[in-house]
Design a binder for this molecule. Structure first.
Ligand SMILES: Nc1ncnc2c1ncn2[C@@H]1O[C@H](COP(=O)(O)OP(=O)(O)OP(=O)(O)O)[C@@H](O)[C@H]1O
Ligand SMILES: [Mg+2]
Length: 446
């Protein structure tokens, strides 16, 4: 998120615009999504996930039976970009890591050193398509994990950076082992694709087949990889040129929705199993939780916004749910709608924003004690300033007189808040403890 706490909710960020070339890039991405969706029938939710993965520089896993258009999808999506190289392979049990990282250098091997000639391998590609990925043996998959995650080839003394952007993995089945569990977590976006038995879709697939046979359709326009790279840097918060803004309250709210969705999912699983304790509990990993933030920014930027809004949270199913599983989508909807109702019908969202702004202030004061000498109003330009100072003027009618004044001000301000939800009650309690802590003369031990 934006670390510029002090600039907070300024209108400047909200009105900030993308430079024209990136704005055209967004248009091109939207056109590309529409084009792929026309070529590959009834795959909209998968197509959206692949593009979200491209924008966030993540990987996608497609689980499907044979012949449902996995290869076609991957090829058609990659064909929308220029300036990127594609590595493609069909995994099998016998393969060794050199299939992915390039052949071993024999001279080096004679000297007892493992060294891959990475030219033309996955290590040097921007895009990858790994078909039947679970057929690969655990040893090879483990070696792949680092490359997928760190974008580096790390093998013995060989340690090289890789431009790898997005891998589309395809599989018929999910094989469960320790390695595959780790692998699944690397594929942030997932979709299950069923074959189509709806006569209309069957007709449309035949129609596309007559036009293009099995080949990709030539795109009317392509996107340079450089544009994709710049957009994904913005979305990941790594851009030097543009910073997106995620309000603290929206980030907090997104985590509430995620938690609620997780618990609805667990409850449904339990009901389905009817007390039989088999199967791993559904869990959203901390990695996915952290990366949901990038997904939020991708969702916002595709709508040409540099600020993330609460309604964007309602689209997080793209990363939290497996595409193609209707029950998950419904559960997510339920989790989002009920929390949104609760937080927007009352003024809970405003309360949340005030408290989280206060949290930011406390963080800054904790980092720099000298700030305590100044009036609170000078410490923040966010909503807290307005609320705290207006409120203090009205309630206390006193002038600033140093830290003691700040302490009374913050304590009384917190006391006055009547939490509208359980989560806000918790934040309030934690903040009270933190305020107490900053002003405590002695160290508090545990
Ligand atoms: N949803 C679809 N839209 C358009 N064409 C499709 C669709 N699904 C399948 N086809 C047609 O079926 C052919 C086979 O699809 P494709 O090879 O992509 O399947 P696959 O899922 O990769 O299969 P495999 O598991 O055997 O690799 C495609 O070339 C295409 O003509
Ligand atoms: Mg295929």
């Amino acid at each position: 998120m934006s670390q510029r706490g002090a600039t907070g909710y300024g209108a400047v960020m909200t009105e900030a615009q993308l430079p024209p070339d990136l704005d055209r890039g967004i248009t091109a991405m939207r056109d590309a999504i529409a084009f792929v969706e026309r070529r590959v029938i009834n795959r909209a939710s998968v197509v959206k996930r692949i593009f979200a993965a491209l924008l966030t520089r993540e990987h996608v896993l497609l689980q499907a039976r044979t012949g449902v258009g996995k290869s076609l999808l991957a090829h058609q999506v990659f064909a929308m970009f220029t300036g990127a190289s594609i590595f493609e392979v069909q995994a099998s049990k016998e393969q060794q890591p050199d299939t992915y990282f390039g052949a071993l250098d024999l001279d080096e091997l004679k000297r007892g050193k493992i060294w891959h000639n990475t030219e033309g391998s996955l290590v040097e590609a921007q895009f990858g398509f790994i078909d039947e990925i679970f057929d690969a043996n655990d040893y090879t998959l483990r070696a792949l994990l680092t490359l997928l995650n760190e974008r580096r080839l790390v093998r013995g003394v060989q340690n090289v950076a890789s431009p790898l952007h997005t891998v589309v993995g395809a599989t018929n089945y999910v094989r469960v082992s320790q390695v595959t569990e780790a692998l699944l977590d690397r594929f942030l976006y997932k979709a299950v694709v069923e074959s189509d038995r709806d006569p209309f879709f069957m007709y449309r697939i035949s129609q596309q087949f007559i036009r293009h046979r099995g080949h990709v359709a030539a795109a009317p326009a392509t996107i340079t990889f450089d544009i994709l790279k710049r957009l994904s840097d913005i979305v990941r918060g790594h851009s030097e040129e543009i910073e997106m803004h995620v309000p603290r309250s929206v980030m907090f709210f997104a985590n509430l929705v995620l938690r609620h969705y997780e618990s609805l999912h667990q409850r449904a699983d339990k009901d389905r199993r009817k007390g039989d304790g088999s199967g791993a509990e559904f869990r959203i990993s901390p990695r996915t939780q952290a990366k949901a933030l990038d997904a939020l920014r991708a969702i916002a930027i595709m709508n040409r916004r540099l600020d993330v809004r609460i309604e964007d949270v309602g689209r997080l199913n793209i990363v939290l749910c497996t595409g193609g599983i209707a029950e998950e989508k419904d559960m997510f909807r339920k989790a989002y709608e009920s929390l949104r109702q609760q937080y927007t019908a009352t003024h809970a969202l405003d309360q949340l924003r005030d408290l989280l702004d206060l949290q930011d202030l406390i963080d800054r004061v904790t980092d720099d004690r000298k700030l305590l000498e100044q009036p609170i109003s000078e410490l923040t330009t966010t909503a807290v300033k307005k609320t705290v100072t207006d409120w203090a003027r009205e309630k206390l009618g006193i002038q600033h007189t140093g830290p003691e004044h700040n302490r009374r001000l913050l304590t009384a301000f917190l006391e006055e808040i009547d939490p509208l939800t359980d989560e806000i009650r918790l934040i309030k309690k934690r903040l009270e403890a933190e305020v107490h802590e900053i002003f405590a003369a002695d160290v508090t031990w545990g």
